[in-house]
Design a binder for this molecule. Structure first.
Ligand SMILES: C[S@@+](CC[C@H](N)C(=O)[O-])C[C@H]1O[C@@H](n2cnc3c(N)ncnc32)[C@H](O)[C@@H]1O
Length: 293
């Protein structure tokens, strides 16, 4: 699904309307709305963490000038552009290059040596957002001499962010922070050699994505599509309720090759998942786990 240019225009500021005060009514409207989205568009948000979901839905309702979730449901059913705008709101695409630098340092020290033992490596970056994570990974693998024999599958539910990821153009003002992150992650070169600056943008060299396939994939509904030696899914599961987290862990377990590695976000872990005993920690603090059964 592609968003029209109009779907990305900034929203005019509107006052936030009062939320439904009857919680029972709000719950009914919420469930009907999520069911409507699922049946009309196939996006399944029924097991997303409720509090943040509600907040975003009400914010979308306000931006559309609506004061009921049931009115938002009606708009969504009949206006696919509104669905795109909501998708944008829900997909929470905050990201950064070399986000949590110590995670990347651990990737370099503990995972790359494992990848070196394979003649060819497949990596899945699930929920890659606008691509900063993918470019960071490509830089790291390139510096370690394994990028040439790697293919990265970078997926996200939101085609809009994937389009930005393919372009590889990030705000120049963030380069100072990214350079610091890169250095703390053990970067070996001048970070600025990876991009060209033009006006307020930094365009990353396209060779970094020569071995990357960007594709839409919905973790809540789609199936496994390959076997991987490394899966990164950082800061995505945090938005899901337990049953959906378990579904996604099942998907990852099925998609990992024997002794493949799973990397999660800072505030995500395997311990409470149904798959905890199928992995051993490679670096528990950095949320890196190795599949053992
Ligand atoms: C907070 S960003 C994380 C980006 C990156 N992984 C990082 O850690 O910086 C979460 C991403 O998950 C994606 N996402 C949310 N629900 C998803 C789903 N059901 N399937 C695939 N991606 C999803 C969002 O579109 C968003 O780009």
């Amino acid at each position: 699904m592609r968003a029209s240019a109009a779907a990305r225009l900034p929203e005019p500021a509107r006052p936030e309307p009062a939320r439904e005060t009857d919680p029972e009514l709000e719950q009914i409207e919420l469930e009907l709305l999520l069911e409507a989205i699922y049946r009309r568009y196939g996006f399944d948000f029924r097991e997303y963490a409720v509090a943040s979901l509600k907040r975003r839905l009400w914010r979308r309702a306000a931006a559309e000038g609506l004061d009921r979730l049931s009115l938002l449901q009606d708009r969504l059913l009949h206006d696919p552009a509104c669905m795109q705008r909501l998708l944008h709101d829900l997909s929470i695409s905050v990201t950064a290059m070399f986000r949590d630098p110590t995670f990347y340092a651990a990737l370099r020290e503990k995972v790359v040596p494992l990848l070196r033992t394979y003649p060819f490596t497949r990596i899945w970056c699930a929920g890659c957002s606008t691509g900063e994570e993918v470019y960071s990974l490509a830089i790291l693998l390139e510096e370690e001499g394994v990028y040439e024999r790697t293919r990265i599958y970078a997926t996200d539910i939101n085609e809009d962010v994937l389009e930005q990821a393919r372009a590889g153009v990030f705000p120049l003002r963030r380069m100072r922070q990214y350079t610091r992150n890169y250095q703390r992650a053990g970067g070996r070169r001048e970070f600025s050699r990876y991009y060209t600056a033009a006006y307020d943008a930094a365009r990353f060299t396209s060779s970094l994505v020569a071995n990357v396939v960007f594709a839409q994939h919905n973790l809540a509904a789609d199936r496994s599509f390959n076997e991987f030696n490394l899966i990164l899914c950082r800061n995505v599961l945090i938005y899901f309720e337990k049953p959906l987290q378990n579904r996604v862990h099942g998907l990852f377990h099925e998609s990992l090759a024997p002794f493949g590695v799973l990397g999660l976000g800072r505030r995500e872990g395997l311990l409470s998942s149904a798959y905890a005993d199928r992995y051993e920690p490679l670096d528990a603090a950095e949320r890196l786990y190795r599949k053992v059964s």
